[in-house]
Design a protein around this ligand. Structure first.
Ligand code: IPD
Ligand code: CA
Ligand code: CA
Length: 260
């Protein structure tokens, strides 16, 4: 069963995070300053892919460190073996395994497991979202000015009008709390759990957002690109909110002012 395979896979990946966390492991650099990959990323990825391929040898896999394992299956597993690698490498427990499953281009299952926080988020299309088996839902705040937000910044600075730093500054200057946790998948799950009212980021990859965006939608939230189109993890911009502050935050991300 797909759900069982997904949960076995996130657990196997998370066991590697627990094994290596605060211990000794090799660290290397990827593109951009401080964009790291560790021995634990590779070990977690291998454990995850082994489980998926054992159960479903003909499924398509897209995984951050390995890239694509192409097949002509309608099922595509999208894997981030460690989201929050910089946190992980510094002994900060805000890191997780994130796996989404697409069928014919539609996300049908998602799981994000942060083992050092003991938080397992899960969603199935049409069946709601849960944290450690308890149903979760987004917050009920209706005004951007009273919201608590979270964002992230790309490793290589995105030099564009209304780039990440300009949007961040605009919100912070109005006194709106904007946190930066360092794990997009956890950011998304914490919107789903109602801890944050909204999240935006300018340059994510499919593996960062695949599971988390379904978890927010199933928790009653809204996820789009910056134009307001229904979100696809195969493009970089994400705006994910409780739904109620979505239009207000979208205006700011596109260069508008915060309305008081
Ligand atoms: C990163 C994290 C971070 C986000 C970056 C991602 P990684 O993923 O999700 O929060 O700001 O854009 O690349 O490298 O830790 O898997
Ligand atoms: Ca990531
Ligand atoms: Ca990663």
């Amino acid at each position: 069963m797909l759900k069982t395979t997904l949960l076995n896979a996130v657990q196997a990946g998370a066991a590697q995070l627990q094994h290596y966390f605060n211990g000794e492991f090799k660290i290397s650099n990827k593109e951009g300053m401080n964009n790291l990959v560790t021995e634990a990323d590779h070990a977690a990825e291998k454990a995850i892919i082994d489980i998926i391929q054992k159960d479903y040898p003909d499924h398509f896999i897209l995984s951050e460190e390995t890239g694509e394992i192409k097949t002509d299956s309608e099922y595509k597993w999208i894997i981030d073996p460690i989201d929050g690698t910089v946190n992980f490498a510094n002994g900060i427990p805000l890191c997780c395994v994130s796996i989404g499953l697409e069928k014919d281009g539609e996300m049908i299952l998602g799981a994000v497991y942060a083992p050092l926080l003991n938080e397992l988020y899960f969603a199935q299309k049409g069946f709601g979202a849960s944290l450690n088996d308890k149903k979760i839902s987004v917050s009920s705040k209706t005004e951007l000015i009273k919201s608590c937000l979270v964002t992230g910044f790309p490793y290589t600075y995105l030099d564009a009008p209304n780039g990440p730093l300009q949007v961040f500054e605009k919100l912070i200057r109005k006194g709106i709390p904007v946190r930066r946790l360092g794990s997009a998948a956890i950011d998304l799950c914490w919107v789903a759990a109602g801890r944050f009212d909204g999240f935006y980021e300018h340059k994510l990859q499919a593996w960062d957002s695949a599971a988390g965006f379904l978890i927010i939608e199933e928790a009653g939230g809204k996820v789009t690109d910056f134009e307001g189109n229904h979100f696809s993890p195969h493009q970089p911009h994400i705006l994910a909110t409780n739904g109620k502050i979505h239009d207000e935050l979208r205006a700011v991300v596109n260069g508008g002012e915060v309305i008081i």
